[in-house]
Design a protein around this ligand. Structure first.
Ligand code: PMP
Length: 407
């Protein structure tokens, strides 16, 4: 039998009942040859597919898994809460504990509210900014991802021009383009939304230029608009106080999700005093948004991240991976370009527009036991230790050898 026959059989059955095999970003059709679609189990930084193959995981569910899969402290908190009650007629006391924790952890936060997905949080930020300013225009960086609903989806299928009527685009790290966009919105500027760093798919990652970040803050102050930090992807991996703390630039509103509850469904909006009233007026809610178990997961996750200084650990492991990639690439005579924060790294091959090298690297490394991504930033977790990184670098060695063979 084929080595991936369970995965193949599931994909076959899915074809009939699930459009395209799978919706959205986790569809393995977008991945290099050999990548599994279905997983049986995950523990720490390891993943097992339905055919029993084991991988060192460098996607961490595309961000949520920050402490490691199935973290004991988090799972225990979830089970304790779930045994008491999860989805009730109102939140559990854990809501207040979590809100206090977040307001204490994130310096700009005077208040917070919770939802399920990153898209809920970014969309709520935009609505709050409009409600609080009484204005309509929102500046968005070209190519930035903020979620999967019509105002921000990367696909235009089913989207009308009206859905995006009040968006004006600028270029990330290009202050002049933001000034021009703000000028166009003059008198009607509700917000500028920006991601923690530039992480557009399939190109090198770019850290924010501090002068750019300061300029966004200054433009929002001058125009009376809200600076919205979309920290959904980077939040709590780079810095527990928000990803722009290192730049000394604080937003008015911020969106978090992914890493907040180590894989349990939760997102958050934090905000400054000025938008508290708007946050009481906007009708933002959902059937599952007050569920208590994911909130217990978040309290445990934030507490663990603080206790072990998660961001520092992930940075050290990311740097170890990066140094290993550099050494292996040199040994195999292959030119690579590494970018992004070490906790969320990306490795591209020089002159590899079609991702021929990237795909060959990933397929061979997967075969040898490491789950990397050729085009999207990867994610370290606190469960990655030095031995795991070294194990993954052995797999990467096979990947570089495959690229060298392609020449
Ligand atoms: N903003 C950013 C920066 C993201 O990376 C994502 C998810 N990849 C989202 C928003 C949307 O989050 P979700 O998929 O949870 O709706």
């Amino acid at each position: 039998a084929q080595r991936n026959h369970h995965d193949a059989a599931l994909r076959d059955r899915a074809k009939r009942v699930i459009p395209g095999g799978l919706w959205g970003h986790l569809n393995a059709a977008n991945l290099p040859a050999g990548y599994p679609q279905y997983f049986a189990r995950a523990e720490g930084c390891r993943l097992w597919d339905v055919d029993g193959r084991e991988f060192v995981d460098f996607m961490c569910s595309w961000g949520p898994v920050v402490l490691g899969h199935h973290n004991p402290a988090v799972e225990e908190a979830v089970q304790r809460q779930a045994a008491q009650g999860d989805c009730m007629n109102g939140p559990g006391p854990v809501l207040v504990e979590l809100a206090e924790t977040l307001v204490d952890t994130v310096p700009h936060a005077d208040w917070c509210l919770f939802s399920k997905n990153g898209t809920d949080a970014t969309t709520t930020c935009v609505t709050l900014a409009r409600a609080g300013t009484g204005r309509r225009k929102v500046l968005v960086a070209r190519g930035s991802y903020h979620g999967a609903v019509p105002w921000c989806s990367p696909s235009i299928a089913g989207v009308t021009a009206e859905d995006r009527a009040h968006l004006i685009t600028y270029d990330y790290n290009d202050t002049a383009s933001v000034e021009a966009a703000a000028e166009q919105a003059k008198g009607d500027l509700a917000a500028i939304i920006v991601t923690a760093f530039r992480h557009d798919m399939a190109r090198a990652l770019e850290l924010p230029d501090p002068a750019f970040a300061q300029a966004l803050r200054a433009i929002c102050d001058r125009e009376g608009a809200a600076l919205i930090l979309d920290d959904v992807r980077a939040g709590f991996r780079l810095h527990l106080g928000g990803s722009w703390e290192i730049l000394g630039v604080r937003p008015d509103l911020a969106a978090y999700s992914k890493a907040i509850a180590n894989g349990h469904a939760l997102s958050a909006v934090t905000g400054v005093e000025r938008f508290r009233e708007a946050a009481t007026k906007v009708f933002t809610t959902g059937s599952f948004w007050c569920a208590a178990a994911p909130m217990a997961a978040a309290v445990a996750t934030l507490s663990e991240l603080k206790r072990i200084d998660g961001p520092a650990h992930m940075r050290a492991m990311g740097e170890r991976l990066r140094a290993g990639f550099d050494a292996l690439a040199a040994r195999h005579g292959v030119a690579i370009r590494q970018s992004g924060p070490a906790q969320m790294p990306l490795m591209l091959f020089e002159g590899d527009e079609e991702f021929r090298f990237g795909n060959a690297f990933c397929s061979a490394a997967l075969e040898a036991g490491a789950y990397f991504h050729p085009r999207h930033n990867m994610f370290l977790s606190c469960a990655h230790g030095e031995a795991d990184i070294d194990r993954a670098l052995q797999a990467a060695d096979a990947g570089f050898a495959a690229v060298a063979r392609l020449g």
